[in-house]
Design a protein around this ligand. Structure first.
Ligand code: 13P
Ligand code: SF4
Length: 347
């Protein structure tokens, strides 16, 4: 399984229309300020009263990004959760991210505005399956992508995110077997970049990123000749892209980056046009922070229905009713924390 080199999958995409009529008219009036003042005042006073902070992932809907105190990728959000002195963290992202915040800040109240905000990738492995896999490789070290449940993290030696997976794997002695889970595209990418032959990869995938195919990328290569390409390592096209880059077939400016890596690159690059291969929610922040540059989604249907479960109304309800609390039991949190802290030390 370690050498999955050319995994090219064709999957159906989830199309979700989350933009309401109100927001549509608001967008026309103020293209980059989508929050209605009523919500803004209410959320600001509730935050003050409760000593709360709002963290939002890069894929959140624009109006949620606009009211967040901090927007970032999984790693940046974990760091922010670990250092905040707020009493309440409202986590606008998906369930495993709120669990990570609860693991890192057991004394704080972590709320997720909608309990149905799950993750198809995190659901591809549970603790029983991991225990069984570990038994088959008794000397292996387990590296779990942050997109996993607290139970799975508790059985892992290291945690990693898309921005530090290579660094984490490189920190492990070369002769030690590694079980990498759950994303096969990220795992295959890490295997190729690090050149490890003893890295075994769980065959999980994110339905959104697996749906971004080599055909999508090739079509965009033809269409946007002068653009730079930014590709998330969870994408179904990552392995063939790496191969194309290594053997010189891909001569375009192409980069495989985490969502925060994309944000940094968009800001620092001299290019004015970027094709973006990840969940489309990130384009709002890219355009907002780089108004003179052009960002094109590689696949407009790359929408995570779980990320879009969080709305402004639900954020308000979350603050008013202190719902829904995500609390990882102490015995699991203590084990999972070791894996996360090892990662934070390395990156
Ligand atoms: P990042 O770690 O890049 O934020 O990605 C998380 C995620 O869920 C990607 O789908
Ligand atoms: Fe999970 Fe994929 Fe959604 Fe990210 S985009 S939260 S990996 S389902």
């Amino acid at each position: 399984m370690a050498s999955i080199a050319f995994i090219i999958c064709q999957y159906g995409n989830v199309i979700l229309n989350y933009t309401t009529l109100n927001l549509q008219s608001c967008k026309q009036a103020h293209p980059m300020t989508l929050v209605q003042p009523m919500y803004l005042d209410q959320i600001n006073s509730l935050k003050k009263e409760l000593h709360a902070i709002i963290l939002a992932h890069n894929y959140q809907i624009p109006e949620v990004q606009d009211i967040a105190d901090f927007i970032g990728d999984s790693l940046a959000l974990s760091r922010e959760a670990a250092k905040t002195d707020a009493d309440i963290i409202v986590f606008c992202g998906v369930h495993f991210m709120a669990e990570t915040a609860s693991i890192l800040c057991p004394e704080k109240t972590v709320l997720i505005p909608d309990l149905d905000a799950g993750c198809s990738l995190a659901s591809t492995i549970n603790s029983y399956e991991l225990q069984k896999w570990k038994k088959e490789h008794p000397h292996a070290v387990v590296v779990s992508y942050v997109n996993t449940s607290a139970e799975v993290k508790a059985l892992s030696d290291y945690c990693c995110t898309s921005s530090n997976a290579v660094k984490v794997v490189n920190s492990i002695p070369k002769d030690t077997e590694i079980l990498f889970l759950p994303d096969m595209f990220l795992g295959s990418y890490v295997g190729q970049v690090t050149g490890r032959k003893n890295l075994y990869v769980w065959p999980g995938e994110c339905h959104v990123h697996a749906g971004i195919t080599t055909d999508d990328i090739n079509n965009m290569f033809r269409k946007y000749n002068h653009a730079e390409f930014m590709v998330h390592p969870e994408c179904g096209c990552t392995s063939s892209m790496l191969y194309g880059m290594a053997c010189g077939d891909i001569t375009k400016k192409a980069h495989i980056l985490s969502t925060e890596g994309m944000m940094q690159h968009a800001k620092n690059s001299d290019s004015s046009q970027f094709v973006v291969a990840t969940e489309t929610g990130i384009l709002y922040r890219m355009k907002k922070e780089n108004p003179d540059k052009m960002f094109i989604p590689v696949n407009e249907n790359a929408v995570c229905k779980y990320m879009k479960k969080i709305t402004l109304e639900k954020v308000v309800d979350s603050l008013v009713h202190k719902q829904y609390e995500v609390k990882v039991p102490k015995h699991l949190a203590d084990s999972a924390r070791t894996a996360i802290e090892r990662m934070l030390k390395i990156s």
